[in-house]
Ligand binder design. Structure first.
Ligand code: 0X9
Ligand code: ZN
Length: 535
């Protein structure tokens, strides 16, 4: 097809008018169109649809074309066919990303290799009948333990946000594979229930990569009655102030809120999962792309009324943002919306809630589809922030003081106790004191002079001169700014009696409920309502 420059310009103008009239919200067909010259491709591009792929050698392109443009394309003399689209794989150069099936395989592998700390279960079905999968990670995964803090990490409400399942999968892998080798990951798994959902929108995300190219799809794949447009925005469908500002009642809109709160099986499934676990203290919803850490509310510019909750969100967001070099802000600082996950989770359930808008920045052209080299650094940075979230999930308001993920006491012959601890992050630090008493509810007194200086990666303090045959109880006191002081523990140590021939505490028969080498973990009987270890 050869055209003169003039006729090309005239035609382009004509086609621009056609493009403006086309129904870009209506049904589309996947086409392979023969277009060997750049002029041909320009004519097609000027019709207003986006070209997904160009094969220069073979002279064709592929695109999702609004149906009402098909006669026009034929009239212009282009040859096209509609190949059967059954691939649901990423474009070849995006192969390192995990589609729905690959996520499931990766989750199954984690579950098969570590069945003692994982449970892989479905918690609902999508509009198109796919299973929604959740990996629960905890020391006793088949049994819920309401006394442990639970954390939910949920990815991919929005189909095109392909980096988000990678972060969820990376998080699960770090926790599961670090168990038994990394001391902190082990403490996290032993003392929490962590629910990881790598995608809440598999229908949408599989559609987004259909045909091996990206379609910038955001919503789920709901068939909307009375409309040719598919999909509901899952992040406008939650039941708090549903249907208000920042959401649309038009089925064709990208922010369509659906017919009712929780009209979508995907959001209803997440609601039910959360409702079924009253021990959930924190929720993180992963989105992209703007490099932000967001916290509620999104429906109003007003701050959360409860001052502790407000500052807990704000401070945790600041610490997580420091790990990722993101910007922390209340979500309405971005724009007002209603019906998102966080507003419901905090507004209705009182759960401390965050949204990460992962990188790249809003200005980056790769946008929702960053190159695979972006995956690893993004996951590492996000996981450092998730580490902070898990670390504070036992009592999020400790972020206003500090929290520990380890506090142990061990007997050291002949007459000492060695206390070891590590904090998640020290905030407004003054320092630490080790307090000791001779009964669990006794009169605890500091054993160190002044403060043990803060900001060390790991702490160790040896308390010497203990009496043989005596049990000692220890609290760890963190001095905040006065109202933010917090005590962890107690943990205990039993010093063997002078005539004990075996100093090994674990073998000591009189030592029934308080082993001398007390781990001080959250499921420890000694460690009840005293603040506990932050593990
Ligand atoms: O608009 C959304 O749903 C989220 N951004 S995204 O680009 N991933 O679509 C942000 C929701 C946060 N809530 C408010 N801004 N209110
Ligand atoms: Zn999103």
């Amino acid at each position: 097809m050869k055209r003169t420059l003039l006729s090309l310009i005239a035609l382009s103008l004509l086609l621009f008018a056609a493009a403006a009239q086309a129904d870009f919200f209506g049904e589309r067909t996947y086409l392979r169109i023969e277009a060997p010259s750049v002029e041909d491709r320009t004519v097609l591009a000027n019709l207003g649809f986006s070209i997904d792929y160009v094969n220069l050698e073979e002279g064709y392109l592929t695109a999702w074309v609004p149906n009402d443009l098909l006669p026009k394309i034929k009239e212009l003399g282009f040859l096209y066919e509609s190949p059967v689209v059954d691939t649901k794989d990423f474009p070849a150069n995006y192969a390192p990303y995990h589609n729905y099936n690959e996520q499931l395989t990766a989750l199954q592998d984690l579950n098969t290799q570590h069945p003692e700390i994982t449970d892989l279960f479905t918690f609902g079905q999508t509009v198109e009948g796919r299973n929604l999968w959740c990996l629960k990670i905890s020391a006793n995964p088949l049994q819920d333990d309401p006394s442990l803090p639970a954390v939910v990490i949920v990815a991919e409400h929005h189909a095109r946000e392909i980096l988000t399942p990678e972060v969820a999968l990376y998080t699960a892998t770090q926790l599961v594979e670090g168990y038994g080798t990394d001391e902190k990951m082990t403490a996290y798994v032993d003392n929490h229930e962590i629910y990881v959902i790598t995608t809440l929108n598999p229908d949408g995300s599989l559609f987004d990569i259909q045909g091996g190219s990206f379609h910038m799809w955001r919503k789920n794949r709901q068939v909307n009655a009375g409309s040719a447009c598919l999909g509901v925005d899952l992040n406008r469908n939650y039941g708090y102030k549903w249907g208000g500002v920042g959401s649309s009642g038009m089925a064709c809109a990208d922010t369509y809120h659906g017919t009712a709160a929780f009209s979508e099986p995907e959001t209803a499934a997440l609601r039910d999962l959360v409702n079924a676990h009253a021990n959930i203290t924190t929720i993180l919803s992963l989105h992209s792309h703007a490099k932000l850490v967001l916290y509620p509310f999104g429906y109003t510019y007003e701050h959360i009324a409860d001052q502790i909750d407000y500052y807990t969100h704000k401070t945790l967001a600041e610490y997580m943002a420091a790990e990722t070099k993101f910007t922390p802000t209340q979500s309405s600082g971005l724009y007002l919306t209603t019906g998102d996950t966080m507003d419901w989770a905090y507004g209705v359930k009182g759960i401390i809630s965050f949204t990460f808008e992962l990188g790249p920045s809003q200005l980056d052209v790769t946008g929702f589809y960053p190159k695979p080299s972006f995956i690893e650094p993004s996951c590492q940075a996000a996981f450092n922030a998730i580490d902070v979230l898990i670390g504070f999930s036992s009592e999020p308001s400790y972020v206003l003081a500090t929290n520990v993920w380890k506090f142990t006491a061990e007997y050291k012959a002949p007459d000492a106790a060695v206390l070891k601890w590590a904090s998640v992050r020290e905030t407004r630090p003054q320092g630490w004191k080790v307090l000791r008493a001779e009964t669990e509810d006794g009169d605890y007194q500091a054993v160190n002079d002044g403060f043990i200086q803060p900001n060390q990666a790991a702490y160790e303090y040896t308390d010497e001169g203990l009496e043989a045959g005596q049990t000692y109880y220890y609290l760890l006191h963190y001095e905040g700014t006065g109202q933010n002081d917090v005590d962890f523990g107690p943990v205990s140590v039993e010093v063997p009696g002078a005539d004990d021939d075996d100093a090994s505490p674990a073998d000591d028969d009189d030592n029934d409920d308080n082993d001398s080498a007390d781990s001080g973990t959250a499921d420890d009987d000694d460690n009840d309502d005293e603040g506990g270890c932050g593990c």
